[in-house]
Each structure stands twice: as C-alpha cells, then as structure tokens.
Ligand binder design. Structure first.
Ligand SMILES: [Zn+2]
Length: 404
C-alpha cells in the first residue's frame, strides 16, 4: 500500500497528542493493559454497525444518554449541545466506504463489516493507520459538505440542538493540495444544508496545528475570517500538545481571527498538562478544548471560574488516549466541585467508538447533569445572540428554568 508523506504527516500531527500520551503511558505501570480500552470501545461500535439500519440506539429509550425527561417520549432524547467534535473523526465506516468509492481511493476493506473490524484496533499503529485512511479519503468539497450533514443527522438522533465542529485544513492544503475554498465551501454549505434538512444548527472553526509555520497559521486564520458570515465562528489550535513549542508563534494568527470577529478556542490541558493551559491563556480564549488538566491545580481552576471559561470535555476520548487511566478516575467531578463549567462532546466519535448520547451519560455518572452540560454548552458556544436565546429556550423547556 502506497502511503504518501502528507498522510503520515497529517496523522502524526493530528494524532500526535494521542501518540505521546500513549507511549508515555506504555512505559509506566499501565503498560500491561495494552490496548484494551480501544478494543472494548470498538467492539461496541462494530456491534452497532452490524445493526446500522436501525440507527444508533442509545437515545431510543433506556440507552446511553437517552433517558427521556418527564413528559418526553421514549424516542425523544433530551436536548444536547456539542462543542468539541472533529469533522474528520465523525466518518463512520459505511460513509467512509461511500467516500472512497466516489474518490477512487482503495481502502483496506470493501464492506462495512470488514471495515468495522478494522476499527477494533490491535495496537496504536493500527489506530494511526485508520486515522490516515479516514483523513486521506476526504478529497473534495462534497466530502466536507457531506461530513457535516451526516454528523448533523447522527447527532440529531441524540437530541443535539447545536454543534460546533472543528476541522484541520492546513496540512490538507499543504500536503494534499486541496484548495482552502473547497474545504471552507464544503463545510459551510454543509452548515446550511444541516439547518435546512435536519433543523440542526452547526457552526465550525478551522484548527491550527501546533508547530506549523506561523505563515501557514496566519493564512488559515485569514480564510476563516473570510467565511465568518457563512458559519465559521472561531479558530482552534491542536495536534501534538507536547510539541507545541512557543505558542506566541500563533499570536498574529490569533489576532487576525479576533480582529475578524472570530472566537478563540484552542486545545490545551489534555496531554500537555497545566502548563499548556497557562500558555494559551495569553490569548484570553473563549473556551478550551479539553482543559481537564486544570483539575490538578486549584489556583488555575479558580482562575478559569473567574474568567467564566467553559471546558469542552470528552470523557471517552480521554480514556482511549490514556490521558485518564480509567473513566472512574476522570477529573470531571473535581472540576465540577471547583465550579469550573464543563460542556460535553465526543472528540472523534467514529474513531473512539462513541456517540453524543453515550458521552452525556458518562458525564452524568461523573456528576455533570444533562442540564448542566447543556447550559455550559450554550454559554460556552460561539454562536450569535439570536441562536443563544433560542437554545436557552429549548433548554428551559426541557430542563426547567435555571436553578429551579
Ligand atoms: Zn479534540
């Protein structure tokens, strides 16, 4: 199989945080656990795909995250907000097969069952291989449009009202030659179609990649600003948090985004610990993707409370990447006790074998109620005032007035 350099670079940069934490952990006492967390998740995903025609069952009564509220039907899941999801990580096996056929890309399997089996990772190298396979299959404007639309439909089955999705265009442009307009037009057309077809409000933001040249970061920020009126609401930054270097390299890109009316929501405090969070506070961010490392620093948690910073927490992803050893040790309860507000997302639902309903259910077991997660999502989102008011009305209708 021909593996082109851009695919390797893309995978290493995007998944570098996973790799770093993974390898660090494997050297420690967790080494004997091997890849079981991945394997277990993907056994579940494969089982879901064996039943794909019936859709994802979690919210259809008694399933994960699907407990209906009083007065709501069993098939009427409570409303949810999702602020942390990577578009490239949402593509389920059957959609990946469709995309590969359209683009003439050869996948290592030619049917849903066999491809689903590959999502049960035998080791981390295998996971990286599947990440390369997914991202390398996205080639056209229509791929990006469909990815938005497909995920909007999937998340709608879990009650989603609003999605803020991230995508990573820099290396796709640099290494694959996909024009920026193709990616941004695809994503923003998907945003329009998701509202028209499914009534789901989607907004999006491109992500800078730690360590890329500042000129590339600024180019990406400029493109984001150009699409501000079409649903691009912010600028993210992510990748290998441990190799972020001097984040001031992105100061100019951040300033361009701010001047253009965009919000700033970087990844920080996942594998990179407390220092990564402190590094990005120089930008006065509007939120943090992950941010969970703050739980180890009471002063930092107090600062986040003072700032009103909402964290975008993804429980399953944190365990799968070994940032958290076990879900029972997840820092969500400590963050809640300190008053840090947390919204809940999936990160890469297809790659981590999860759904929005499942993540809300996990969060609830960790002390974050559906109403709390929803309201943190509304308050932490980058949407405009009109959308925020509508989302609040939906939340008040489902959960009752705040503090009641
Ligand atoms: Zn993420």
């Amino acid at each position: 199989m021909l593996i082109r350099s851009y695919e390797i670079t893309q995978a290493v940069l995007r998944a570098g945080r996973d790799m770093s934490s993974w390898f660090l952990r494997l050297e420690g006492p967790d080494a004997t656990r091997g890849i079981r967390p991945f394997a277990r998740k993907f056994e579940q995903t494969a089982a879901e795909f064996a039943d794909a025609d019936k859709g994802f069952p979690h919210d259809s009564g008694g399933g994960s995250g699907g407990a209906a509220l009083p007065g709501r039907g069993a098939a009427d899941p409570y409303p949810k907000i999702e602020l942390h999801v990577h578009l490239e990580g949402t593509i389920r096996p059957e959609k990946l097969l469709d995309m590969a056929r359209r683009n003439g890309v050869a996948l290592p399997a030619d049917n849903v069952e066999a491809l689903s089996a590959l999502y049960r990772y035998r080791d981390f190298g295998h996971f990286l291989e599947m990440w390369r396979t997914t991202t390398g299959t996205m080639r056209t404007e229509d791929d990006f449009r469909r990815a938005v639309l497909d995920y909007a439909l999937e998340a709608k089955a879990h009650g989603v009202q609003y999605i803020e999705a991230t995508f990573s265009p820099i290396n796709r442009n640099k290494w694959d030659g996909i024009p920026y307009p193709a990616m941004f037009d695809g994503v923003t057309d998907g945003i329009t179609a998701a509202a028209e077809h499914y009534g789901v409000t989607v907004r999006a933001m491109p992500s800078l990649i730690w360590g890329v040249d500042r000129d590339l970061a600024e180019e990406c920020a400029r493109w984001a600003v150009r699409y501000r009126d079409r649903g691009i609401v912010g600028l993210d930054a992510g990748g290998n948090e441990l190799a972020r270097g001097d984040v001031s390299e992105f100061d100019r890109a951040v300033a361009l985004a701010r001047d253009g009316g965009l919000g700033i929501v970087p990844h920080a405090g996942e594998a990179g610990g407390v220092r990564a969070i402190r590094d990005v506070l120089r930008w006065n961010p509007d939120g943090l993707q992950h941010g969970i490392a703050a739980a180890g620093d009471p002063a930092l948690m107090a600062e986040l409370v003072d700032r009103g910073t909402v964290l975008r927490v993804t429980p399953t992803s944190n365990v799968a990447t070994r940032v958290v050893a076990d879900i029972s040790e997840h820092p969500l309860p400590r963050l809640r006790e300190a008053g840090v507000r947390c919204s809940i997302g999936t990160d890469d639902p297809a790659l981590f074998g999860t759904t929005l309903g499942q993540e809300y259910e996990l969060a609830e077991r960790l002390g974050i109620s559906p109403a709390s997660a929803y309201r943190a999502g509304v308050d932490g989102s980058l949407c405009d005032d009109t959308v925020r008011r509508q989302l609040r009305e939906v939340g008040d209708s489902a959960f009752g007035p705040p503090h009641s």
